[in-house]
Design a protein around this ligand. Structure first.
Ligand code: NDP
Length: 329
């Protein structure tokens, strides 16, 4: 029998009450897949917080090992693209939701879900970036594909002190945008300016009643909040601008009017990371490895051990986590 390893397991009882605990598993407990990976680093994303607290129905099969992201080394492979010793990253594809995920010493997954760890990134750095950072890059790439440039005007980032937000601020400022960072934590003004924000605005300015059109304040942006915040962001986007929307930290609704779309030609670009096709993932990771400022990445990252995952998951849904959390296994 193979050696056991630590894992977090979410279970549900007969009355649909969810509980979470640390346990020991062996490779025989893992789900089907053609590549087995020794997990070296993982992270805590907002979605992992929702899964572990049960605040939203992220987990769709019980019991479940949560964790949507990992970086590690292949230990066994029946997939043509991978061999033992290869260093890989996994983001999404239903891991931690329908397929056993990252919070375990080993993971068995489909080879087609993996991307190579880009040269120049360590597993720890890859997880400091994680799904949040890879999604921030997908948002930046969506804006670029749409044709927005820094010359068009400022870029707004909402939920700026969170994971997606912090990395979006770094990426967009690195690309030359004048970044306006919106946060509920004005105590983090210094942190956000160090990441590259040119201006910081209070969350309340965007969370109130939505007017069909407001003063034109930015040409583009990355929204990780949704709800009133995204509706207000759209109403303040300048003529021909575009907003990449990826999150719902403030709510899943969108109490907007069509005015920004039909009177200012504003575009709303939806961004999904979970099922994003492989070429887009590989390009996003290539760009992250090449372009993301490592000093800024280090400044926005906190490290925890495996035993800190559950507390960090609770903290992230309460909006208490700044930037990104890396779990060193
Ligand atoms: P974090 O918790 O790290 O960041 C979210 C930030 O949103 C918080 O730090 C806070 O920023 C702000 N926020 C939280 N609650 C509220 C609120 N009620 N009203 C307004 N702002 C709020 O999470 P992540 O960065 O990991 O994820 C952000 C969002 O993006 C989540 O909804 C997540 O599900 C989504 N996401 C989507 C992906 C996709 O594929 N589409 C992939 C990755 C993430 P501040 O303190 O600065 O105000």
């Amino acid at each position: 029998m193979s050696e056991s390893f630590k894992a977090i397991l979410i279970t549900r009882d007969d009355e649909n009450r969810q509980s979470v605990a640390t346990t020991e598993l062996t490779e025989a407990d893992l789900m089907d897949g053609d590549v087995t990976v020794a997990v070296e680093a993982t992270t805590v994303n907002y979605k992992d917080g929702l899964a572990i607290t049960g605040k939203a129905p992220v987990v769709r099969r019980f019991p479940m090992v949560p964790g949507v992201d990992f970086a590690g080394t292949v230990v066994a492979s029946d997939h043509a693209d991978w061999k033992a010793g290869d260093r890989v990253i996994l983001n999404g594809w239903g891991t931690g939701e329908t397929h056993f995920g990252a919070y375990a010493g080993r993971a068995r997954v489909k080879g087609e879900w993996l991307v190579p760890l880009p040269t120049g990134l360590t597993p720890r750095e890859a997880m400091a970036i994680g799904t949040a950072g890879y999604t921030a890059m997908l948002c930046a790439m969506a804006l670029e594909r749409y044709g927005v440039t820094p010359a068009a005007g400022p870029a707004i980032v909402t939920g700026a002190a969170g994971g997606v937000g912090s990395i979006a601020v770094s990426i967009l400022s690195g690309l030359g945008f004048h970044v306006v960072a919106s946060t509920g934590r004005m105590s983090e003004v210094g942190y956000l300016k160090d990441l590259g924000a040119a201006e910081v605005m209070a969350r309340e300015e965007l969370s109130g009643a939505v007017r069909p059109l407001g003063k034109e304040r930015w040409a583009c942006g990355v929204d990780s909040v949704g709800s009133h915040t995204l509706a207000n962001v759209l109403s303040m986007t300048s003529y021909g601008g575009a907003i990449a929307a990826c999150g719902l930290a403030g709510g899943m609704d969108l109490p907007a009017t069509v005015a920004p779309f039909i009177l200012r030609g504003v575009a709303l670009l939806g961004v999904d990371s979970v099922m994003a096709p492989k070429p887009l993932r590989v390009e996003a990771w290539r760009r992250l490895a090449a372009d993301l400022d490592r000093d800024k990445l280090a400044a926005l990252t906190t490290s925890i051990g495996f035993d800190g995952i559950i507390d960090a998951a609770r903290g992230i849904v309460e909006g208490k986590i700044r930037g990104r959390v890396v779990v060193e296994m």
